[in-house]
Design a protein around this ligand. Sequence first.
Ligand code: PLP
Ligand code: ZN
Length: 388
Amino acid sequence: MKPLVSNRYRLVCPVCGSQFDPTIVQTYCSSCNSPILTEYDLGSLGKILEPETVAERPRGIWRWRELLPINEEKNCLTLGEGDTPLLQLNNLGVRLGFPNLFVKDESTNATGTFKARGMVVAISKAIELGIREFVIPTAGNAGGALAAYAASAGCKAHIYMPEDTPKAIKIEVQMMGADLHLIKGLLTDAANAAHANAVNNGWFDVSTFKEPFRVEGKKTMGFELAQAFQWDLPDVIIYPTGGGTGLVGMWKAFAELETLGWISYKRPRMVSVQAEGCAPVVKAFQKGAERTEVWQNATTIASGLRVPSVFADRLILKALRESNGTALTVSDSEILSAQKEFAAQEGIFAAPEGAATLACLKKLKHQGWLQKNNRIVLFNTGTGLKYI
Ligand SMILES: *Cc1c(COP(=O)(O)O)cnc(C)c1O
Ligand SMILES: [Zn+2]
């Protein structure tokens, strides 16, 4: 394999345009309270990198390494993430009257959810920059992923999660040897506890969008979709939105691919689905607002969607609006019946968050928002086995 090139990218605040030094560890733009995004030299890259080159490489997210921030290949950790199957949902497609219905099944990632994609990039890069000790407040699965990569790299992980997080996720974190703190309360309470300890102990915080690179890992879902659809993106993507990393990541991926000259200007309509009991993005979208408000008393069985405070709200809402997309809620009982239907019809035991996309599809159909021949992609973001 060819060596990776360094200094290929800039770190930029999308709100004020400030740049940040990529040779040291970065968090977010504190003047704007905004995530920092990575901008690659795509003009130069477009002249030397070809889709065929990427396609011929070994499976996994590192096949896209020129579009990821790690400088030295030896620093790329892996437990087998990415290149998840894109499956056609024939039975549900017939039932619902959408012959071109697909699921991107993220349950095959290491640790059983797509959190692995973001975490492997963030942890690889932080270690490349000298970090050895990590902390995260988490609704669950990001903690599992951090615990796994920290274990594989021989680093320490401190994980703060609500005490009512599904049991399998707590066990996973403990098995990986991480330091687990169960918090009475919600993700926001876990975040406060984690933050206080991070500052006192000098641990690096890999919370959603509080460092620049989890979104880089998650954008590989957008690359894989483009490749699977022969560089002609699907018409609709339904995405279960918590912190919005995957949605923002895919939207970024599509822009990068267009600049590389690999896809046209055509974009999917992006749909955010949230739970009725925690829907800050849906509320802001429907009000036409640019920012979300902190959701009070958040509750849903889809723990990955129980994110009351959305740090990347501006980026999520921008992607939804630019794509001519939409945002809507589903109830926990709709999620549970969709989860059964997904499993019994297609043999896929989806996480509640993934099942929410099927419940959302039904609502969109009812609203007449979709066309029969639309190529529609649901995201099953994790395995239902982690919620037992
Ligand atoms: C974290 C999580 C989500 C939400 O993902 P974001 O990209 O942060 O919006 C959805 N599903 C599962 C299973 C998750 O763990
Ligand atoms: Zn800024």
